[in-house]
Design a protein around this ligand. Structure first.
Ligand code: SF4
Length: 342
């Protein structure tokens, strides 16, 4: 008996290899099945009506096809929707959809929880359970599209977890989402956000799909960054910036830096000057994000402070914007994802 494959974790080439090899089927069957799954969002082989009845009955013996199941949905006043999804082993994750009519973005998770323990982040505070499979990652996107009833334009890996602690599965999910015979989402519409895992940045710069990269920076010097983000003790700012420069040399891509503004922690004028010198000469874009408190330890910077900080970035020609907050009322904003009991 052939082994069971996780359908949503497969690339188009793998579909072809398995169907033509193990199952001795013609190549066009891969096109048909991928079209059902990725275009029509049909997740039951029995409903794939252009396959023969015999084949429809045979496929479940070789493939499992279970996207994460949406078990709860919350809608924010600003149109952001947060989904609690259950995985086949009962673990739960959250994914967020920002739908603005013609323009929609899915924020997807790469791990159940996160082991990196950033002190300002709800996911980090809640701890780590396990990595997601490639199918569970791509499946979040498909499950949201099915629920929405239309295509989603963008995928950002900014949900729960650090993508580059699960690089192989994240890259496999990107292959599935971007493959022309699969979901066919353009590489420019996919962004991976990392806390600064250097080997992952190097892997991404060698990856065949030129997706965008963003870095959760949040502090402009090692002492402060190590306090906020323990990952910095392993991957210092110097090694991170070095990897980013190499990524940029190789890809020519601008890098987005996320900088969450925490009152009297990382929002001083000195911090702004340090940030400008860190990013000077790079193709950089800074998202300045007013902090969404998830712990009493930290508060959001005041508006005047944020403006002063941004004025320094402007003076030194560091491109930036203050990011409009989305979904804060349903804990769907940056750093707020944490699976709560339902
Ligand atoms: S900010 Fe990102 S890397 Fe840090 S704990 Fe939260 S999910 Fe993990």
């Amino acid at each position: 008996m052939s082994k069971t494959h996780d359908a949503l974790s497969l690339s188009y080439e793998e579909w072809n290899r398995i169907l033509t090899g193990e199952l001795e089927l013609p190549r066009y069957r891969a096109d048909q099945i991928c079209q059902w799954i990725y275009q029509k969002k049909v997740f039951d082989f029995a409903e794939m009506t252009n396959l023969s009845k015999e084949l429809r009955e045979k496929l479940p013996a070789s493939f499992t096809l279970f996207p994460p199941m949406i078990i709860k949905e919350q809608a924010s006043k600003d149109g952001t929707r947060k989904f609690l999804m259950q995985l086949t082993d009962g673990e739960k994750i959250e994914s967020v959809l920002m739908d603005h009519g013609s323009h929609s973005t899915a924020c997807i998770s790469s791990q159940v929880g996160c082991p990196l323990g950033c002190s300002f982040c709800a996911t980090g505070i809640a701890g780590f359970v396990r990595n997601l499979t490639a199918g569970e990652i791509a499946g979040q996107f498909l499950a949201m599209e099915k629920r929405l009833g239309k295509d989603i334009n963008n995928a950002v890996f900014m949900g729960m977890g650090e993508p580059f602690l699960n690089t192989d599965n994240v890259l496999a999910a990107i292959l599935a989402l971007s493959g022309p015979k699969m979901r066919n989402l353009g590489a420019r519409h996919i962004a991976v956000s990392t806390s600064g895992i250097v080997p992952g940045i190097i892997d991404l710069s060698n990856f065949e799909v030129p997706v965008r990269l963003s870095v959760s920076l949040h502090a402009p010097n090692d002492a402060l960054r190590s306090k906020l983000m323990p990952v910095n003790r392993k991957h210092s700012l110097e090694s991170l910036m070095d990897a980013l420069r190499k990524y940029q040399e190789r890809t020519g891509e601008r890098i987005t830096f996320e900088y969450v503004m925490i009152d009297k922690v990382n929002d001083s004028a000195d911090n702004a000057y340090e940030l400008t010198s860190l990013l000077q000469g790079m193709g950089a874009y800074v998202n300045v994000i007013p902090y969404n408190p998830v712990t009493e330890k930290y508060a959001r910077s005041g508006e005047a402070r944020i403006k002063e900080f941004c004025a320094i970035l402007t003076k030194y020609r560091i491109e930036h914007e203050i990011r409009r907050e989305k979904g804060a009322d349903i804990d769907a904003a940056c750093g707020q994802l944490r699976v709560k009991d339902v």
